[in-house]
Design a binder for this molecule. Structure first.
Ligand code: IMP
Length: 178
């Protein structure tokens, strides 16, 4: 693996494909244990989580269901501030064991803003599973229940994550060069 240029920026190899896939399998084993006897509903947040959700879902053995949403963010009125709405949530989550599948928790703002809307619908439980967690970047409280990997506060791309639309197809994860 060597450095790649995406748009105007240089990225260097960071996490190999084999490592990613092993970590995803490790997470699946945990979920299979924790959700034994239940039928969890995975809610995968597009676009960034599509590869992660796919590889993870293949390893889940506890009769899971999955649906996909997009979180659209817009500026509300002054009183409502930053607003997040979900597009595509067409499943009733009341009394369901829900697992949110997200690519990365960076500042945590997106999930922090959106989660209360899901909790309002009274799921039996609600857990967050992410591919990557950047604890040093987090400014909004979000409890990350499952993380494949914890990384430092640097921009990454590949394995579903993009830089300005590009890089999602790359099998490994690259990090922005200094
Ligand atoms: P938040 O800052 O936790 O709200 O992150 C919101 C979204 O920004 C994530 O779901 C990602 O799609 C995107 N994002 C955050 N950090 C990165 C990164 O390092 N690379 C690519 N996308 C990122």
């Amino acid at each position: 693996m060597s450095a790649i240029k995406v748009h105007d920026k240089l990225f260097v190899p960071f996490i190999a494909e084999e490592t990613i896939l092993n970590k995803v399998k490790e997470l699946a084993r945990k979920l299979n244990k924790d959700y034994e006897g239940k039928r969890p509903l995975f809610i995968a947040v597009l676009n960034g989580s599509f590869m992660f959700a796919s590889d993870l879902f293949k390893e889940i053995t506890v009769e899971p269901e999955i649906c996909f949403i997009r979180l659209a963010s817009y500026k509300g009125t002054q009183s409502t501030g930053h607003v997040i709405t979900a597009v595509g949530l067409d499943v009733d989550i009341k009394d369901r064991h829900v697992v949110i599948i997200e690519d990365i928790v960076d500042t945590g703002k997106t999930l922090h803003t959106y989660l209360p809307q899901l909790l309002n619908q009274q799921p039996a439980s609600l857990k967050i599973a992410v591919l990557l967690h950047k604890p040093e970047a987090q400014t909004h409280p979000v409890k990350v229940d499952y993380a494949c990997m914890t990384i430092s506060n640097k921009f990454v791309l590949g394995y579903g994550l993009d830089y300005d639309g590009l890089g999602r197809n790359i099998r490994e994860i690259y990090q922005l060069s200094e």
